[in-house]
Design a protein around this ligand. Structure first.
Ligand code: HEC
Ligand code: HEC
Length: 467
């Protein structure tokens, strides 16, 4: 039986056996780091958390020293750069936004990340420098950001300016980004970590470090350390030319894409429904609700997969009816051919600020529901036809709240899945006694599946039950 979530949980559990047992939480925020970051970045910041092997690009190895989205000219991240990465996330990658954590917690995380960077420097310098005071001085010096990228007053954004920007782009950028900005794949271009560096497709409009003027100035003047993308200093590109280039790059970027990929936690209003909950996604009760767009983070940044899901929800005091709608160009169902099916996993929990990924050894009180598109008729589902795939419960490890009372319907039309799931939370608490309930979504995409994992996952969102 195809049970992606079960397999994924088992792998994560095995990989992490014993990992967290010896941790001494001496530094403030270390427990927070362990909860929220270590599944990817590893207990000691080496980028080797249990989930790392599934991710591309890999989670940053904080000890290696290569931070990408920086504002200083000497490749050293400022506290502000780290704060920005933690707060805004890196849209289009598995690095989500942690803006929901209070500012003082994010400050602690900045210090922890910097602490790991210094540990890495200390390790590297220790063979050459024996004297402890001299070693500390060398570490501090190597961890001090240089002068910041300076952005002078904006020059006019005219047709001529953008035409000059286009010429500069062809000369300086197109070898990697392509004449059209879509990016050129070249397996010989590697990152400092030895992975293939993939220049961004600028026409997708999703930039990890942000699309604002100042962000693009930083990328051009500071480069992207650890990747082949070079820094272009002022002596090679005047301020006026840099502005023209920034204006040209911005013109390549379709408006609104960055906002759609904001990997933030949102609140999903769940009005109380009078009477029986809808049994069809086409029910007018859903049409009356404003959908909440939930951005999804890909496990593999370079595969084109589902980018987000539009969520509407209702409750009746006991059950939640979720109507999910998302674009997926290919229709993949499990059937005779062993193709990985499309599907959706929904998790709800009673934990107020749950970690993004399950932490081995500290299970959350989670209710999980899994739907996988299946071409096999379910014996117990009289309404089955090819376009209403059945709901399949995951086995063993993952408990499904979809009991006998579940209702599940899904339909694929013209590249859009519409899925209705009705769940009754048990471990996550009772709706009648709950105001906010964290919920997260993961999408399986058969056309890009490379293993048992979903292709993309969301941050924890908040279901807000209205009375
Ligand atoms: C689901 C996995 C995941 C979790 C959880 C996660 N990260 Fe990341 N993080 C990544 C990945 C992947 C990257 C690299 C993305 C890239 O380069 O495209 C990254 C990059 C970073 C960077 C580097 C930014 C730069 O400029 O190079 C920082 C800093 C960071 N993460 C901090 C954190 C902190 C702090 C937490 C916990 C609050 C956290 N991350 C949780 C996956 C994760
Ligand atoms: C030698 C190859 C190379 C050259 C030349 C190059 N880039 Fe890049 N660029 C990259 C790579 C690789 C990435 C992706 C880095 C990553 O995310 O790990 C990238 C990413 C970017 C990004 C995305 C940053 C983000 O926040 O996501 C922008 C914008 C960009 N490049 C602009 C430019 C401009 C403008 C030029 C010309 C001045 C240029 N690049 C020249 C390789 C290159």
């Amino acid at each position: 039986m195809f049970a992606p979530y079960a397999a994924d949980m088992r792998i994560l559990n095995l990989l992490a056996l014993g990992l967290f047992t010896s941790l001494l939480c001496a530094q403030p925020g270390m427990e927070l780091y362990r909860q929220q970051c270590s599944a990817c970045h590893g207990e000691r910041g080496r980028g080797d958390g249990p989930a790392a092997r599934f991710l591309d690009p890999k989670p940053r190895d904080f000890r290696s020293g290569y931070f990408r989205f920086i504002s200083a000219s000497n490749s050293v991240p400022t506290d502000g750069d780290l704060w920005e990465a933690i707060s805004a996330g890196l849209p289009g990658s598995a690095m989500l936004s942690f803006a929901h954590l209070p500012p003082e917690q994010r400050t602690m995380l900045v210090d922890i990340v910097r602490g790991f960077r210094r540990d890495g420097l200390r390790e590297r310098f220790a063979t050459a420098i024996q004297d402890p005071a001299a070693l500390e001085a060398a570490v501090l010096e190597a961890d001090t950001p240089g002068p910041l990228v300076d952005m002078p007053a904006e020059t006019p954004n005219t047709v001529d300016a953008r035409a000059n920007g286009a010429l500069l782009f062809t000369r300086l950028c197109s070898a990697c980004h392509g004449a059209d900005g879509r990016g050129v794949y070249d397996p010989a271009r590697l990152t400092a970590e030895g992975d293939v560096a993939q220049p961004r497709d600028l026409t997708r409009g999703v930039l990890k470090g942000g699309v604002e003027d100042v962000r693009l100035w930083q990328r051009i003047r500071a480069g992207i350390p650890g990747t082949p993308m070079p820094a272009v200093p002022q002596r090679e590109l005047s301020d006026a030319d840099t502005w023209d280039l920034v204006h040209y790059v911005q013109a390549l970027i379709p408006r609104g894409q960055q906002e759609l990929h904001d990997p933030m936690p949102w609140t999903i209003a769940v009005p109380r429904h009078k009477g029986t909950l809808p049994t069809s996604a086409d029910d007018p009760a859903f049409a009356a609700l404003k959908p909440t767009w939930v951005a999804l983070a890909p496990f593999q940044s370079h595969t084109r997969t589902v980018e987000g899901v539009s969520v509407r929800a209702l409750h009746d005091g006991e059950h939640i009816a979720l109507r999910l709608e998302y674009a997926d160009r290919t229709y993949d169902v499990a059937g005779a051919k062993a193709v990985a099916p499309d599907g959706v996993a929904v998790r709800v929990t009673s934990t107020a600020v749950p970690p993004v990924l399950p932490i081995p050894g500290s299970p959350l009180p989670v209710d999980r529901a899994l739907w996988l598109a299946s071409a096999k008729p379910a014996a117990d589902d009289p309404v089955f036809d090819k376009l209403t795939p059945r709901f399949e419960n995951p086995d063993g490890v993952c408990r499904s709240p979809i009991g006998p009372e579940h209702v599940g319907r899904a339909q694929w039309r013209d590249g859009v899945w519409t899925v209705l799931m009705v769940l009754r939370p048990e471990r996550a608490g009772h709706i009648a006694e709950t105001v906010n309930m964290p919920v997260s979504f993961a999408i399986f995409d058969g056309s890009v599946a490379r293993g048992p994992l979903p292709a993309a996952f969301s941050h924890w969102q908040r279901l807000h039950f209205e009375r």
